[in-house]
Design a binder for this molecule. Structure first.
Ligand code: ADP
Ligand code: ZN
Ligand code: ZN
Length: 744
């Protein structure tokens, strides 16, 4: 018997299968997914690898095949279903097989189990009474204490014995040796939802929800497919998910519910917990490695049937998966930012295709990609048009900021927004102020010569902070804010742009009576900072919450009756093809935050471009109108989803090397035999990060398949071409990104 092995080294040259003989005595230990030690290369250096297949006969010369050395102890084995999924990721998103395998096993090493230790009596009561008398005679006080307790309750937790009873471990050991007691150790799998309060669940689906749910359930019994639920915020999508999961459980199958980390709040988990109790578990970044490991074990053992979590929950090793739900499917977080740059939606589609399961996508603002597929008939589209509870959608007011300036208003707040803020404060209702901007806010420039203070390691401007420092959000570089322009020495150097801090200052000045909370990268960087702020706001410890995208995603604050969008168009200036989509999505989500309770809400959108379609359609809450405009633009410009796109990012610490490598790559793409459109090489949007130069080539083709072929040709080229190999390999790296979420 021979094992096909992927070595645990991520290098393009080693990205293939190696065959090793399985020694007789290891036959029962080695299966697909086992991690093994193997002698490798000329020097027979010992390395590790994953078994991805087992065959009877090898095509290689028998005498050259080496033996597997041993099985790696405490390694996590990979289910064969997930190995196949890794193969799919490798082929379709560009990475080595080893990187893809690392992606499908989010916890690499078997973790030590948490132990439950108890101390038990080993002898019967009569004997115990004699022993106790003996201890008393000898005046062995600790032993007496323990025996007295053990005669009351036949066993005690080890912690209580050494803690409250103050019996030392050497005393326990002595008594164990006497045969009086024993220590029992049990492994327990940690349960992150174990402490939650049980509840009753009593929501009945309304007519609109019920129709959709019945529809999808009908499909679930015959092969599933992909379903897109387009439902406005608060229309009751989550209730439909719960109904579908129940059906899936009845079919004896398991389910994965993907929710972006930022929306995975206590409130949300509780809704699932109330319905399904300990059948659910969660995965999130707050769990320790050990806790994460345990959740995957519990899924494998069949202790749980529903896993809720962000992107990595997709790889939960359920044996009989039937349903995957992706809530807020438009979220950028579903796309991996590191290699392999896979999209969870597409990998989920593959996973459910393999098991004849069902994939349900839900969003108030579906991604243009998904909506396009739904209209093409590849996904089944379902619509929810009314809010489910008793709340009404917010009324939206649009304000043209140019008119404010003409009327002499130089503050950040239009007269309309100012009036409403004062009104809400007087009624003790809450307000959210949203700034559609991140990263570049608060850059410092000279008003005389135009000099902008930039990071010396990255091609981005530094951001001013209240502590008098300027920081780079990419690499952490920080300097004191200059008093004079470093270029022309003028003193007219100052801060531009509307950062969250500036809004906070303005609010405090205009409404000194208001209690204010601010949520952005700075205030949430410490662990749990994010939830603390949300909890405080929910508790009405503040009247106004100021923040970036973070505040608009999935949080329900029933007392919020006003949402102000300070400047709607800032994200439009980002120069990538998804800018309008992102703007529409953020504005729609922000508007959806107003009036979630019984009181009516108003949203005010302040903008310099009221006629810009992403702003205007968000104000109208008109997704279809936006989609029609946007798809027209994508068609005209040949962007995804109309045309498929592959970005090839070439990086090097040496600029000349990056230029040279990118030129060679372009040449190879031109000669690969596919009818591609090639754009570049050009400087990437951010040309330098952490002293590494970045050049990018975009390749477009109507067929995804053609781009996969192009990537494969390119990989071979980089392994074989003399000129390319002449470049010092340690000086360059190349990354692929299929249908990137924006320009790089
Ligand atoms: P979405 O996931 O679409 O944003 P939710 O499922 O969170 O919407 O529902 C919004 C609110 O409406 C929640 O408070 C929920 O409990 C309530 N709700 C949903 N469906 C119903 C229903 N059929 N009857 C009563 N209340 C409902
Ligand atoms: Zn200057
Ligand atoms: Zn930097």
């Amino acid at each position: 018997m021979y094992a096909q092995i992927i070595v645990d080294i991520s290098h393009e040259k080693l990205d293939r299968i190696f065959e090793y003989r399985i020694p007789e005595e290891m036959r029962n230990l080695i299966k697909t997914g086992t991690m093994v030690n193997i002698p490798f290369g000329k020097g027979n250096r010992m390395i590790t690898g994953y078994v991805t297949g087992i065959v009877e006969k090898s095509d290689y010369d028998e005498s050259l095949i080496k033996d597997i050395d041993s099985v790696v102890e405490n390694a996590v084995t990979i289910e064969s279903e997930l190995i196949e999924l890794a193969g799919f990721i490798r082929d379709n998103f560009g990475s080595t097989m080893n990187q893809a395998l690392k992606t499908v096993i989010p916890v690499k090493k078997e973790m030590k189990h948490k132990e439950n230790k108890t101390v038990e009596l080993m002898i019967d009561e009569d004997e115990a009474a004699e022993v106790l008398a003996k201890y008393r005679k000898k005046n062995a006080k600790a032993k007496v204490r323990l025996m007295e307790e053990l005669l009351k309750v036949s066993y005690l937790s080890y912690g209580i014995v050494t803690g409250k009873l103050n019996v030392t471990s050497s005393t326990i050991k002595a008594m164990t040796e006497e045969g009086v007691i024993r220590i029992k150790t049990e492994n327990i799998l940690r349960n992150p939802v174990g402490h939650l309060e049980k509840g009753r669940y009593s929501i009945q689906l309304n007519e609109e929800q019920r129709k959709i749910s019945e529809n999808i359930k009908n499909c679930m019994n015959k092969g599933g497919g992909v379903h897109l639920i387009h439902g406005i915020t608060g229309s009751g999508k989550t209730e439909i998910y719960i109904d579908l999961i129940e059906e899936n459980l009845k079919m004896g199958k398991q389910a994965i519910v993907m929710i972006p980390e930022i929306a995975l709040t206590y409130q949300t988990v509780m809704r699932f917990y109330k319905k399904f109790g300990d059948k659910i578990s969660i995965i999130n970044s707050k769990l320790s490695q050990g806790e994460r490991y345990d959740q995957f074990e519990r899924a494998k053992n069949g202790d749980i049937s529903i896993m809720i979590g962000p992107r990595s929950s997709l790889f939960t090793p359920f044996a009989n998966l039937g349903l995957i739900i992706i809530d807020e499917e438009h979220e950028g977080a579903y796309k991996s930012e590191s290699v392999p740059k896979y999209h969870a939606r597409e990998v989920a589609e593959e996973r459910i295709r393999k098991c004849n399961g069902t994939l349900v996508l839900g969003s108030a603002t579906p991604s243009v990609e998904s909506y396009y597929k739904a209209l093409e008939g590849k996904y089944t589209l379902h619509k929810l048009e009314k809010r489910a509870g008793n709340s009404k959608p917010a009324e939206v007011e649009i304000v043209d900021l140019r008119e404010e300036l003409e009327a002499g208003n130089r503050t950040m707040f239009s007269r309309k927004l100012d009036g409403l803020i004062r009104d809400r404060l007087s009624k003790d209702e809450q307000i959210m102020l949203f700034i559609n901007r991140r990263g570049y806010a608060g850059f410092v420039s000279c008003r005389k010569c135009g000099y902008v203070v930039k990071c010396p390691h990255c091609d981005v401007s530094l951001t001013a902070h209240n502590d008098g420092k300027m920081k780079c959000h990419y690499c952490g570089y920080s300097i004191e804010k200059p008093q004079l322009c470093p270029k022309c020495q003028s003193k007219y150097i100052g801060m531009f742009g509307t950062g969250t801090q500036k809004v906070e200052e303005a609010v405090k000045k205009m409404y000194p009576q208001a209690r204010v909370l601010r949520m952005d990268l700075d205030t949430t960087s410490k662990k749990g900072g994010h939830e603390e702020i949300l909890a405080a706001f929910a508790n009405h410890d503040a009247d106004i919450l100021i923040g970036t995208q973070m505040i608009v995603k999935g949080h329900d604050f029933p007392n919020v009756t006003l949402v102000g969008i300070i400047a709607a168009d800032l994200s439009l200036y980002a120069s990538d093809y998804k800018a309008a989509e992102r703007t529409f999505e953020l504005l729609t989500q922000a508007v959806g935050r107003a009036g979630r309770g019984s009181k009516e809400g108003v949203a005010v959108i302040q903008t310099y471009n009221p006629e810009e379609y992403s702003v205007a359609m968000a104000a109208e809450q008109d997704y279809e109108g936006f989609y029609r405009h946007e798809i027209g633009y994508r068609k005209l410009m040949d962007y995804p989803p109309v045309t498929m796109m592959l970005s090839v990012l070439v990086m090097s610490v040496r600029e000349d090397v990056a230029v040279m490598a990118a030129e060679l790559i372009k040449e190879s793409i031109e000669n690969c035999g596919e009818r591609n459109r090639i754009i570049g090489p050009a400087e990437a949007g951010i040309y330098k990060i952490n002293d590494i130069y970045r050049r990018v080539i975009y390749v477009k083709n109507k067929e995804y398949e053609a781009l996969v072929n192009t990537k494969n040709t390119l990989e071979r080229f980089m392994n074989e071409d003399e000129r390319f190999l002449n470049i010092k390999q340690s000086e360059i790296s190349v990354q692929f990104d299929f249908n990137p979420m924006g320009n790089v």
